[in-house]
Design a protein around this ligand. Structure first.
Ligand SMILES: [Zn+2]
Ligand SMILES: [Zn+2]
Length: 418
C-alpha cells in the first residue's frame, strides 16, 4: 500500500515539475491538444448545438406554438420526485395558464423562472389537496416574488355552496389572516388581495368559462369522489389541449376530448401496485384503483376512443418498477403516442410536431426579475407589536447601524432604525 501511495505522489510531483518547467520555457504556451477528432478547421467538435433538454428561459416560443410543462404528476402522498397535479401551459401569444396547483408544485413553478405577473391564472379541476394544496404557496410566494396583481382562480361550484371553489378559497384566505396581516406595510401589497374566484357549474357540458386574447376554455364534468370535479378543454390558434382532472372514465371526455393535439388524463397505479406498495387492502385497491380513478387498461381504452396526437398519463408514482406494468396494461387497449409523465417533462406542440423532453432546472433558484417596478412599502400600515413584545427586544442597534449607513449612502436614502 505504502509503495502505491509513494508512486502516486511521485507522479504528481513529476507532472507538476514538467508543467511548470514547460510553462516557463514556453513549450506549453499554445492551444491544448485536441483529443476528440477535429473538423476541417481544427476546432473541437464539442461546441454549442441544439440541446436535447429544455433549459428554462433559453427558448422563445414560436407564434403558433404551445409549451406544456409538468409541474406535478404524482399523488396526495408527498414525495421529493413528484409533486401532485400541476400543469403549466404557455402559448405563443404570451399567455400562461396553470391547471391545478397540487401539493409541492409551487417549487416546480418557481424553477421555471417566469415573472409572477404572468402566473395569475389558475384553473382547478377539483378540491382535493393533491390538486390545489399548494395554492397558498403560489399565492403568498408569488406575491412576495413579483405578482403585483390578484391571483385569478377558476373552479367548479359544488353541489352545495360549501363544496364549491369560492367557499374553499374564501376560507383559505381567512386561514391566512395572520400571515397577511404580518406583511402589511412591509411588502408590496398588490398581490395579497383576496383571490378573484370565478365559479362555474360543474354540470356544464362543453360550456365556455374563459374567453380572452384568442383563447377559449371549456369544461366538462368528471366522475370522482363526489359531484363537482371537471376537466378543461383549451382551444387556441387551431390547437386543442385537454386537461383531465381525476375521474372514472366518462362519456363527456370521450366525446369532447376527441382529436386533441395533446390530451392529459389520469392513469392510476395498478391494483397489485396499490396492494404491494401502498399497503392497501385488496378491496380498497379495487375500489380506488378502478372505480374512484382510471385504471391503466381503462386509460388506454379512452385514448383509443379520442385518438389524441399525444396522450399524457399522470397520477401514479413513475418508477422503474411501476412504469413497465402500467405501460403494459395501457398497451393492451391503446397503441398510439404516449407519455408516461413525470415532473419537469416538457411538450412543445405545433401543428406539425410534438417534441417531448425533460427540463433541467437549477435547484439554487431565486425569484425572477419582476416584470413591473415594485412598490415601496408604506410603514404606517404596519400593525406592529404590543408593548409587552416590543419590550422584549434586545439592543442590537449598534451592530445593525452600519448596514443602515451603507444602504443610505449607496442609495441616497435617509432611513432610520425604528
Ligand atoms: Zn381527486
Ligand atoms: Zn388526485
Amino acid at each position: 500500500m505504502k509503495s502505491k501511495y509513494a508512486m502516486i505522489a511521485g507522479l504528481v510531483i513529476l507532472a507538476t515539475v514538467v508543467y511548470f518547467v514547460g510553462y516557463r520555457d514556453g513549450s506549453l504556451d499554445r492551444d491544448p491538444p485536441v483529443i476528440a477528432s477535429a473538423n476541417a478547421e481544427g476546432i473541437s467538435p464539442v461546441k454549442a448545438r441544439e440541446r436535447d433538454f429544455y433549459a428554462p428561459n433559453t427558448e422563445d416560443l414560436a407564434p403558433d406554438e404551445m409549451r406544456l410543462i409538468a409541474c406535478g404528476t404524482g399523488m396526495p402522498t408527498a414525495r421529493p420526485k413528484q409533486a401532485a397535479s400541476c400543469w403549466l401551459l404557455e402559448l405563443g401569444n404570451g399567455d400562461k395558464f396553470i391547471f391545478d396547483a397540487g401539493t409541492g408544485s409551487a417549487e416546480r413553478i418557481a424553477a421555471l423562472q417566469i415573472p409572477y405577473n404572468f402566473l395569475d391564472k389558475v384553473f382547478l379541476s377539483h378540491l382535493h389537496t393533491d390538486h390545489f394544496g399548494d395554492l397558498d404557496a403560489l399565492f403568498v410566494g408569488g406575491a412576495l416574488s413579483g405578482r403585483q396583481k390578484p391571483l385569478r382562480v377558476w373552479g367548479p361550484k359544488g353541489d352545495t355552496p360549501e363544496r364549491g371553489t369560492k367557499y374553499a378559497l374564501d376560507h383559505l384566505y381567512m386561514a391566512l389572516t395572520w400571515d397577511l396581516d404580518g406583511r402589511k406595510g412591509i411588502t408590496d401589497p398588490r398581490g395579497y388581495v383576496p383571490f378573484e374566484v370565478t365559479e362555474f357549474d360543474y354540470k356544464g357540458v362543453n360550456e365556455i368559462i374563459y374567453q380572452e386574447n384568442g383563447v377559449t376554455i371549456r369544461t366538462i364534468p368528471a366522475i370522482h369522489s363526489l359531484d363537482g370535479p371537471v376537466s378543461f378543454i383549451l382551444d387556441w390558434n387551431g390547437l386543442k389541449f385537454v386537461f383531465g382532472g381525476d375521474t372514472y372514465p366518462n362519456k363527456w371526455y370521450a366525446e369532447y376530448a376527441k382529436d386533441a393535439d395533446l390530451a392529459i388524463h389520469e392513469c392510476f397505479i395498478t391494483v397489485p401496485g396499490l396492494v404491494d406498495k401502498f399497503k392497501f387492502t385488496p378491496q380498497g385497491a379495487l375500489s380506488v384503483g378502478t372505480q374512484v380513478h382510471t385504471a391503466p387498461e381503462a386509460y388506454g381504452k379512452m385514448m383509443s376512443i379520442i385518438k389524441p396526437r399525444m396522450a399524457v398519463a399522470y397520477h401514479f408514482f413513475n418508477d422503474w418498477d411501476t412504469a413497465p406494468d402500467i405501460e403494459k396494461r395501457i398497451r393492451t387497449t391503446y397503441d398510439g403516442p404516449l407519455s408516461l409523465s413525470t415532473d419537469y417533462m416538457v411538450w412543445n406542440i405545433t401543428k406539425d410536431d410534438i417534441r417531448v423532453r425533460m427540463a433541467i432546472v437549477d435547484e439554487d433558484v431565486w425569484p425572477p426579475q419582476p416584470s413591473e417596478e415594485p412598490q415601496v412599502p408604506d410603514p404606517t400600515l404596519q400593525i406592529g407589536f404590543s408593548d409587552f413584545i416590543v419590550n422584549g427586544k434586545y439592543d442590537m442597534k449598534d451592530v445593525i447601524q452600519p448596514t443602515y449607513d451603507a444602504i443610505n449612502e449607496e442609495y441616497g436614502l435617509n432611513e432610520e432604525q425604528p
